[in-house]
Design a protein around this ligand. Structure first.
Ligand SMILES: [Cu+2]
Length: 618
């Protein structure tokens, strides 16, 4: 219903009051690992009170729990899920990552009309896959109010890896402010919750490092864009409490193990607005599945989870001691935390939070000297918004550049001084193994003449594939961080066709007005679907013209990430697109019907970063 609304003022505004207080009688318990399974599963959506660290607030829950109950299905079964809506507003459930008929996908306005208050909707579909998934409301801000839960599907064939124990580790974010309040605050000022802006002291440091004039230029530039280099999350730890299995860091969710056991952790990022960097100090994590799909095992120290992604990892705690599961937010404004321990009541040290990262020129898609020549091995660090890259002046006056509404670039060209003091390693084109198959967009691609109109604030002058980069804030350390280029499907998938055609979609936005869109148009301004022909293999190329990471989610069909893995391209339901990145996925259009396609940051979707992808009838 949210998405059917065309009101410019923001779709959340039309929602009914979250809770009629008199109706709330019980308190949501934290999610348990006990699962619902069988041929018929009943779920009830209700208003609940959610209690956290001594405070209580109205919330929405599945079967009275936040997260809701684990649903455990078996590959090959027929699933029947009867969902009763006892709210006073319409609701819905979307089964995230599941392949199913379009009318069972649960997106109001695309798949069905939603579930009316008091009504029961029965979802029926054959279960054609296995792995770790989740489900959530696709209506308004309901997901952020507590409507999310894990879904596990056991495979028909034995798993290709062993473990003695398993836990769901579901990460989420909770605010005592209502979703409506959060959204309207962001509408007033995109940086409303960013309290990590740079300080006067940091300015002095910058002056020392780069000189007074460049430092001033640098600050003016960010100011003129009305952006901030510390902006990594629209909603931060200022209002969010970060949850693991429904518990705050103080609540310390704990999973038990016996030393020497292999423990499978089903990591699910069910947050509305938060990317997490997950690690377990003292333990290596062997990634065995990504978005529910088997991958060739890869051992890492840390992995970044975009909103809606899942990873299955195996850890082997050998010692009779506790280990902290540390899920630090990408903006470093907070963390979710839990513990693996041999006995209840134990805990391990909580790591220091790292300093917040800064956006760089690279994140803005500015041209880089050397990039054009393909020589990126010398020591230009990635510029931490300190240095002004002199070579960008070269593009001044070029026809396509002149059209860009990128005052920051014009501005930057005056008095710019070269100062490359970055300390981080700039990812190198040469770092990509030439023996692998082609990764589209490895060569920097200059942005075309379209600046996407008033709904867009900037364009990435150059976009290029950044799939081999760990992501801002994870560079440079000695921890092994999972890269998308590490993901290789365990077995090749059947459709190995090269895409027949390419559709380029630009991720666009206007931070200060909190507008988010594709190709500069909000969903309300662009109802025309992206049309795919039944049976075709098509390349979707995402070009991120914004300075934020966006977790892009396609319903109903897999996205095969073109990461150079040849026959072993991994497939995902949600793909992180980094700032100024050009990344491609292949899609086999094998299910006719309308499918939702959107950024999975809840407020980006609500603001308009949403489209329908329509697969024609055979
Ligand atoms: Cu987004």
């Amino acid at each position: 219903m949210l998405l059917k609304c065309t009101v410019v003022a923001g779709l959340l505004a039309g929602m009914a009051p979250l809770v009629a207080t008199s109706a709330v009688t019980s308190t949501a318990n934290a999610g348990s690992q006990a699962a619902l399974s069988g041929d018929v599963i009943d779920l009830t959506i209700s208003e609940q009170l959610f209690r956290l660290d001594g405070r209580t607030a109205p919330a929405l829950a599945f079967n009275g729990a936040i997260p809701g109950p684990v649903i455990r299905l078996k590959e090959g079964q027929q699933a029947t899920l009867r969902v009763t809506n006892s709210l006073q507003e319409r609701s819905s459930i979307h089964w995230h990552g599941l392949l199913l008929p379009p009318n069972m996908d649960g997106v109001p306005g695309v798949s069905f009309a939603g579930i009316e208050p008091g009504a029961t909707f029965t979802y029926r579909f054959p279960v054609k896959q296995s792995g770790t998934y989740w489900f959530h409301s696709h209506s308004g801000g309901q997901e952020l109010s507590g409507m999310y839960a894990p879904m596990i599907i056991d495979p028909l064939e034995p798993e290709p890896f062993q473990y003695e124990r398993e836990y769901v580790v579901m990460l989420s974010d909770w605010s005592f402010e209502s979703p409506e309040t959060l959204f309207s605050n962001l509408k007033k000022q995109g940086g409303y919750y960013n309290f990590q802006k740079r300080t006067a002291g940091e300015f002095i440091t910058d002056v020392r490092r780069m000189g007074l004039w460049p430092a001033i230029q640098n600050y003016l530039m960010w100011d003129q864009m009305r952006m901030d280099p510390t902006d990594f999350a629209d909603v931060t730890g200022y209002t969010f409490t970060y949850l693991m299995n429904g518990l705050s860091p103080a609540g310390n969710w704990t999973g038990l193990f016996r030393p020497g056991e292999r423990v499978r952790l089903r990591l699910i990022n069910a947050a509305s607005m938060t990317f997490y960097d997950v690690r377990i100090p003292g333990l290596k994590m062997t990634v065995v599945q990504a978005d529910g799909q088997n991958v060739q095992p890869v051992m890492v120290d840390e992995l970044r989870m975009g909103v809606a992604e899942t990873y299955d990892v195996i850890v082997e705690p050998m010692e009779d001691q506790a280990y902290t599961i540390f899920a630090e937010t990408m903006d470093r404004s907070g963390y979710a935390r839990g513990t693996l321990a041999p006995r209840m009541g134990m805990s391990a040290e909580i790591p220091e939070r790292r300093p917040r990262p800064l956006r760089t020129m690279e994140d803005m898609g500015m041209s880089m000297e050397g990039m054009d020549k393909g020589d990126m091995t010398h020591s230009h660090g990635s510029m931490t918004m300190l240095g002004m890259e002199p070579s960008v002046g070269k593009s001044n006056g070029q026809a396509d550049h002149a059209n860009h509404k990128s005052q920051h670039m014009e501005h930057r060209q005056q008095g710019a001084a070269p100062s490359m003091q970055g300390t981080q390693e700039m990812p190198s084109v040469k770092a990509i193994d030439p023996r692998r198959s082609k990764i589209p967009g490895v060569e920097p691609v200059k942005h075309g003449p379209d600046d996407h109109g008033p709904g867009n604030q900037m364009v990435a002058e150059y976009s290029r594939n950044r799939i081999g980069e760990p992501g801002r804030g994870l560079e440079g350390g000695d921890r092994r961080v999972l890269l998308y280029t590490d993901l290789k499907s365990l077995a090749p998938y059947p459709d190995q066709r090269e895409p027949e055609r390419e559709i380029e979609l630009h991720l666009t936005g206007q931070m200060n007005r909190y507008m988010w869109s594709f190709d500069g148009k909000k969903y309300s301004e662009s109802r025309e679907p992206v049309r795919l022909r039944y049976g075709e293999r098509v390349r979707l190329t995402f070009v991120n013209d914004t300075m934020m990471e966006h977790p892009i989610h396609l319903h109903g069909m897999w996205m095969y990430v073109e990461n150079g893995a040849g026959e072993h391209l991994p497939r995902k339901h949600t793909v992180i697109v980094k700032p100024a990145e050009r990344v491609s996925v292949a899609v086999t259009a094998d299910v006719p019907g309308p499918w939702a396609f959107h950024c999975h940051l809840l407020f980006h979707m609500d603001a308009g970063m949403f489209r329908v992808v329509e697969v024609s009838e055979p």
